[in-house]
Design a protein around this ligand. Structure first.
Ligand SMILES: C[S@@+](CC[C@H](N)C(=O)[O-])C[C@H]1O[C@@H](n2cnc3c(N)ncnc32)[C@H](O)[C@@H]1O
Length: 225
């Protein structure tokens, strides 16, 4: 079974409320996203958004340019059904984040809760890193959460990587500045405690715009005086 089939089966087998990562409100995400100062009209992407209610909260807060990406079409179907008519105002992308064709510098904010930690192969993490660099506009933000260094070693029958804020920041590489980090204890629907690391990073304002169809050498040269 490949990863897509795995995740589709997970969402077919269990209701969203029974998944270990379920939270009724995406409170930490919403607070950290608002803390970046991103405007409601700016484009945001939730990668591996699954059945999360983050998109509901962002729509309620007035955000109008939302993209939710997930490997699992089943997961996105759950979220779309829950949102009803409001789903029409969101862009839905079924794709692997490490292979998705995203618009260069297309997003002011990239959100990822509990997705990056599933990338256990170095080459997948390198592709993710490139995807963030290409998709987040200069000066934009990344809000990312993974299992903490003392969090669970696996989730949904898959092994995960675990990070403290320093290691997570290092994974995204140069070009990002850590603006904030915190630890959070998530309580699963069965009452288990899971330690998470959250980081808010900002892409350098003078970072080159990269990605398909761009010319990094031409796009961000300092103006001559
Ligand atoms: C633990 S769940 C978290 C879901 C959501 N972010 C939340 O906080 O409720 C992980 C999600 O990542 C998705 N996923 C896993 N690997 C992925 C990949 N390579 N690309 C895109 N989505 C992926 C899964 O389908 C699943 O919805």
């Amino acid at each position: 079974m490949d990863h897509r089939q795995h995740w589709d089966a997970v969402y077919r087998r269990r209701g969203a409320h029974d998944l270990s990562w379920f939270q009724p409100q995406a409170e930490t995400s919403l607070r950290l996203i608002q803390g970046t100062g991103v405007a409601a009209r700016e484009p945001l992407i939730d990668v591996g958004g699954g059945a999360s209610t983050l998109v509901d909260g962002l729509l309620r807060a007035g955000h109008s340019q939302l993209t939710v990406l997930d490997l699992s079409a089943e997961a996105l179907a759950v979220t779309r059904a829950r949102l009803g008519a409001a789903a029409a105002g969101v862009r839905w992308v079924v794709a692997d984040v490490t292979q998705a064709a995203l618009p260069p510098a297309g997003f002011a904010l990239w959100h990822d809760r509990a997705v990056f930690h599933f990338l256990t192969a170095a080459e997948d993490r390198a592709r993710y890193r490139q995807a963030v660099r290409d998709a987040v506009r200069p000066g934009g933000h990344v809000v990312i959460a993974t299992f903490a260094e003392d969090g669970p070693p696996a989730c949904s029958d898959l092994p995960v990587m675990r990070y403290d804020s320093r290691a997570l920041c290092a994974e995204l590489g140069p070009g990002f500045t850590l603006r904030h980090s915190e630890r959070q204890v998530h309580t699963t629907p069965t009452g288990a405690a899971q330690n998470f690391t959250w980081c808010v990073l900002q892409r350098s304002a003078d970072a080159p715009v990269t990605g398909p169809g761009t010319d990094p050498s031409a796009s961000r040269q300092a103006p001559s005086r």
